[in-house]
Design a protein around this ligand. Structure first.
Ligand SMILES: [Zn+2]
Length: 66
């Protein structure tokens, strides 16, 4: 993956925003539904849900380490 193709993170200006895909209610792939910064110390994220844009929501990690 060539990271220079992704837009720079507006928050930390170090990482890049990469698109994530999700699956809709009918099981169809929804592409580019969420974007997240590649810098783990930044975690800036942007999600599109029901036509609304949600910026910098707290990240819910799939695996809880604690
Ligand atoms: Zn960032």
């Amino acid at each position: 993956m060539d990271s220079t193709n992704w837009p720079e993170c507006m928050s930390c200006e170090v990482g890049h925003l990469v698109p994530l895909s999700d699956f809709g209610a009918q099981g169809a792939a929804v592409h580019y539904k969420a974007w997240v910064c590649t810098n783990p110390e930044c975690e800036y994220n942007l999600k599109i849900r029901n036509g609304e844009i949600h910026i910098n929501e707290p990240i819910i990690r799939g695996a809880r380490v604690r």
